[in-house]
Design a protein around this ligand. Structure first.
Ligand code: SAM
Length: 284
């Protein structure tokens, strides 16, 4: 029996995410676990036979049980193996807790999780096994707040800031703009590092290129790196590693044991960019 025939033997409804007007990804929905509307977005969790539980915000895949490790390990570990002493950490967005669980692998002092939507946190606590234990860790501080406003008002300084925002629409839009990154820079300790997700190098190269222009004016060190994320548009995802003092290549510590994707060879390789990215990002 071909894969196509096997797939059609169980008739589950199809959930489609469009990546451009003519293409995208689909999942068979075995079971709908939750659908809620918050003031910020539509939140859905459903079960797929292959990927397990899938969190969708406004129709866009945020995380799946089966492939979350690609994204969350690559969002967090590059900054943590390179920073000399990561102690005070900030995550903006990331209410599903996948980034938080990776950060808590290190002997940090404190991590603030600043998520705008309490319903994302409630739903993720119920359906994704990693969030509740991470929030119970006494080093975690959950703040339900707009990350943009938090940065304007805080006088705290951080060693590592992880921006785990959703796509640049709705409440996430300000997290993709220049003045947000200016405020991010101001809340860093001198050896601080910011990592932000930037989207697909295939579908979002224009917005990555625009950010590159202002990021290079703001930070002395700007590096881009890539990771595979099977359920995100294009299957490959771009991140920026930003700092005034700390580059990614002088390794300060080993990653924790038990990771599924990240290791120090992957770390070095991830910063190698394909020719089509180099030609637009490395000329400025
Ligand atoms: N990288 C993942 C992706 O693009 O699929 C992002 C996952 S995480 C669930 C994104 C989170 O950012 C959401 O829970 C959303 O509520 C939160 N968020 C959006 N705008 C925000 C803001 N202004 N301040 C804090 N959190 C925000």
């Amino acid at each position: 029996m071909s894969i196509k025939e096997k797939a059609s033997t169980k008739e589950f409804p199809e959930i489609k995410e469009y990546h451009a007007t003519s293409c995208g990804i689909f999942f068979k929905r075995k079971k709908l676990l939750c659908t809620k509307n918050s003031p910020y977005q539509k939140i859905e969790v459903f079960e797929n036979e292959y990927f397990g539980r899938i969190l969708i915000l406004d129709g866009l895949v945020q995380t799946t049980e089966r492939d979350e490790f690609f994204y969350h390990e690559m969002l967090v570990h590059p900054a943590f193996v390179a920073h000399p002493l990561p102690q005070n950490i900030l995550i903006i967005g990331g209410g599903d807790g996948g980034g938080l669980k990776e950060i808590l692998c290190y002997p940090i002092e404190q991590v603030y999780l600043v998520e705008i939507d309490p319903l994302v946190v409630e739903v993720s606590k119920k359906y994704f096994p990693w969030l509740l234990p991470s929030l119970k860790d006494k080093r975690s501080k959950l703040l339900i707040a707009d990350g943009r406003e938090f940065l304007k008002e805080t006088d705290r300084k951080f060693d590592v800031v992880i921006v785990d925002s959703s796509d640049p629409v709705g409440p996430s839009l300000p997290l993709h703009e220049k003045d947000f990154f200016e405020d991010l820079k101001n809340c860093l300790n001198p050896e601080g590092v910011v990592v932000t997700q930037l989207g697909s190098p295939l579908y979002h190269l224009d917005s990555i290129t625009k950010k590159n222009i202002f990021l290079k004016k703001l930070f002395k060190l700007v590096f881009f790196y890539l990771a595979p994320v099977p359920t995100y548009p294009g299957g490959s995802w771009c991140f920026a590693f930003l700092s005034d003092k700390v580059g990614p290549f002088a390794i300060k510590r080993n990653p924790p044991s038990g990771l599924k994707y990240f290791n120090l060879e992957i770390h070095q390789a991830a910063f190698a960019l394909p020719a089509f990215m180099r030609s637009v990002l490395c000329k400025t």
